[in-house]
Each structure stands twice: as C-alpha cells, then as structure tokens.
Write a protein that binds this ligand. Structure first.
Ligand SMILES: Nc1ncnc2c1ncn2[C@@H]1O[C@H](COP(=O)(O)OP(=O)(O)OP(=O)(O)O)[C@@H](O)[C@H]1O
Ligand SMILES: [Mg+2]
Length: 366
C-alpha cells in the first residue's frame, strides 16, 4: 500500500482516520425539492452507498444518468454535505470537518477535474499560468524557480508542453483536459477526483485523457476516482464500481494473467457488492430473466448462495409447482462447481436457477 507523507500546508490528518484514502459507509444524501403543486418532496440521491478506495488505487465509478455520481463527487470534494453516513477522504472526516480544515483540505489534499473545460481552467491565462496560479494559491512550490520547474514537470507528464503558452481557447478539448489534470495534481494532492472528465470528448480523445490519468496515478501514486456514465472507462482502470439508484451494486476487477503458452490474458471478473449488513443488488438482467419479484428464496451451500423465485400465492396448480420447487431446493448441493446438475437442469424441471456470489469471468462464463 502507498503511504502518503504529509505535505507542507496540508491540513493535519486525524489519528483515528481509516487506512483507505476514500471510505464511504452507508452514505445518504436526501434533497428536499418543491413539487409542481408546491408540496415538499424528498429525492434520495444516495441511498446508503458503500465505497472503499485504497491509497494509490485508480478506480472508476460508472452509472446511468441520475444514479448519484455527481452527488457522490460533490460530497467527496466537500462541496456538499451528506445527510447521513460516514465519509472520509485523505484522512479527513467530511461530516465533522470545520471551515478552516475544509479550506485546507480543498487546497492541498484533493485535486479536481470537472466535465466542463471552462470550469477547470481560467480562460485568460495560458496553460503554464494556470498551473502556476494553483501553485501560488496553495503555496505548494515556494519561489519562482521552484514553481517554473514544477509547471514544466506537470506539462511534460501530461504531454502538453507544446500548449504551455496557449490559452484554453487555443487548445483542443483533449489538451484542455490534460492541462486540467496538470492543474489538479500540481500541488501533490493525496486524492484526485474527476467528474465525467471525458464527457465532452470523442472516443479517441477520451481514451488519450484516461490513459493520461492512468499515467499520473502510476507515476505519482495519487489515489484517483473517476465518475462517468461511459462504460468504456473500465478498459483503462483495474477496478470499476457500478452505481445504481444511489448505491454501489457491482464491481469489475481487471487483471493480467499469463496462460500455459506464456501469452498474456486480460481477465475481467465481476462481483456483486455486499454491504456490512449483507445486502446486495441482483443485476437487472438476472431479476428479469427469472421474473424475481417481492421475495426470493435463498439456500446456503458450502461455497455459494442460491437464489430462487419466491412463492406466489394463487391457485392449487401453482401450489403443486411450489412443491416441486421446494424439492429442487433440497437437491441443490449437486449444483455446485464439480457437481452433476447444471443450472439448465433446474430451469427445465422447476423454473428455478441460481445466482451465485462466486466470481464470473469473461473467459469462463458460468
Ligand atoms: N441539488 C439537487 N436538488 C434536488 N435533487 C438533486 C440535486 N442534485 C441532484 N439531484 C437528484 O439526485 C439524483 C442524482 O443526481 P446526480 O447529479 O448525482 O446524478 P448523476 O449520476 O451525476 O447523473 P448524470 O450522469 O446525468 O450527471 C437525481 O435524481 C437528481 O435529480
Ligand atoms: Mg453527473
């Protein structure tokens, strides 16, 4: 694990801070809005979200529009306060932080990259001046020579040295975002947060910007969290967390293995996220494939948990099929890896199949 040395000017880190650089436990954010009829209505943007990002990790959070991505990032960057739960970033407790600590946190502990290039860079300053302005405001590099050296180092790392004297309007969208990353990391923050950093870019330019973020993460060890609606981001990061209805639901872990012929294989394994009290979200396609509704039946097996459609109380004939299904549940131990029955067998005999908490891979679909 990468441990972070306290930077000069950085707000002191709490001694009881968690090991992880980002930790959210049961995070809730409720907005109160007025309906058309003038009534107060609650919008639950985050509904008990859990997320842990270790020091030095590069993680993407992906989700559909309205799933709570920007709400999460606003809280992590301390622009917004959660309604309930636990949120720690870079050793700071975001729920109890006082104003002075909040200012120091935002100046030195975290860097930001937003979707709108206009929000990242000052339009009347060149790329060099934008980076230098951050260093001057935060006091990260003392003296003109140290600042010049740091500016050159950052622009070189992001491969935008050729833009040094250009203003944002004289750069492409991808160049502007790479300069924005240089601004975000110039003061050596412990955590870099990015909200849809490629939202205004085409596919090729997006890939270039995501690779730049990966290089920054690798070279500087800065813990990086990218939120985006674009699932293609998962090709550029080792860990992608899916957010659904204000909760983290599944995670994809990517790794590289060497096969028996010595060739490199890229493997993606998908996991459901399990919270502290044992809750998990079944993927939409699993739910609709088995028409799971209201209640399901569970069975604990030596190495997995089975999930079946629950009882639907109606007619006598339904009751006989429920009886059949109960019989299958009793015979389930055969249906574990190495057993004799396949999930197809269960579908054929009793409308039941199982969802396991074991990982599935792209190579070996279960
Ligand atoms: N300030 C606010 N007041 C009321 N409701 C809000 C506010 N901000 C967000 N919401 C609601 O919270 C939910 C999550 O919004 P959020 O902006 O976090 O989604 P998102 O995942 O970033 O979506 P997108 O991909 O479109 O940017 C939405 O239903 C949104 O309407
Ligand atoms: Mg958003």
């Amino acid at each position: 694990m990468v441990r972070h040395a306290q930077q000069p000017g950085e707000a002191p880190v709490r001694t009881d801070a968690p090991d992880a650089d980002i930790l959210c436990v049961d995070l809730v954010r409720i907005f109160k809005v007025l309906s058309a009829g003038g009534q107060g209505v609650e919008v639950q943007a985050l509904q008990g979200l859990n997320l842990r990002v270790e020091a030095g990790e590069l993680v993407a959070v992906v989700g559909a529009s309205g799933s709570g991505k920007s709400t999460l990032l606003s809280i992590l960057s301390s622009l917004d306060q959660p309604t309930a739960g636990v949120a720690w970033v870079a050793g700071h407790d975001l729920l109890t932080m006082k104003e002075k600590e909040r200012v120091a946190f935002r100046r030195r502990s975290v860097g930001f990259v937003w979707q709108q290039t206009s929000r990242n860079l000052l339009p009347y300053l060149s790329a060099s001046e934008n980076v230098a302005a951050t260093l001057a405001i935060t006091g990260a590099a003392r003296g003109a020579a140290a600042r010049r050296a740091r500016v050159a180092e950052m622009l070189d790392l992001l491969e935008v040295t050729h833009c040094a004297e250009r203003r944002p309007a004289e750069m492409s969208g991808g160049e502007q975002q790479r300069v924005a990353i240089a601004v975000g990391i110039a003061n050596s923050p412990r955590v870099l947060l990015a909200d849809e950093p490629t939202g205004e870019l085409d596919d090729t330019t997006s890939a270039h910007v995501l690779e730049a973020m990966r290089a920054v993460n690798r070279e500087l060890g800065v813990t990086t969290l990218i939120v985006t609606h674009d699932p293609a981001v998962s090709e550029h990061v080792a860990r992608t967390v899916q957010i659904r209805d204000g909760r983290t639901s599944t995670e994809v872990l990517r790794s590289t293995r060497v096969d028996e012929h010595g060739a490199e294989q890229h493997v993606a394994e998908e996991y459901a996220v399990l919270d502290r009290v044992g809750r998990l979200q079944l993927p939409d396609d699993f739910v609709s494939a088995l028409d799971l509704r209201e209640r399901v039946r569970l069975a604990l097996e030596p190495d997995h948990v089975g999930v079946w459609p629950g009882q639907r109380p109606t007619t006598t004939s339904d009751r006989s099929s429920d009886h059949e299904s109960a019989r299958v549940e009793a015979s389930v131990p055969q249906n574990h890896p190495g057993g004799t029955a396949s999930s197809e067998d269960f579908r054929d005999t009793a409308e039941g199949t199982e969802t396991t908490t074991s990982p599935t891979t792209e190579e070996e679909p279960s």
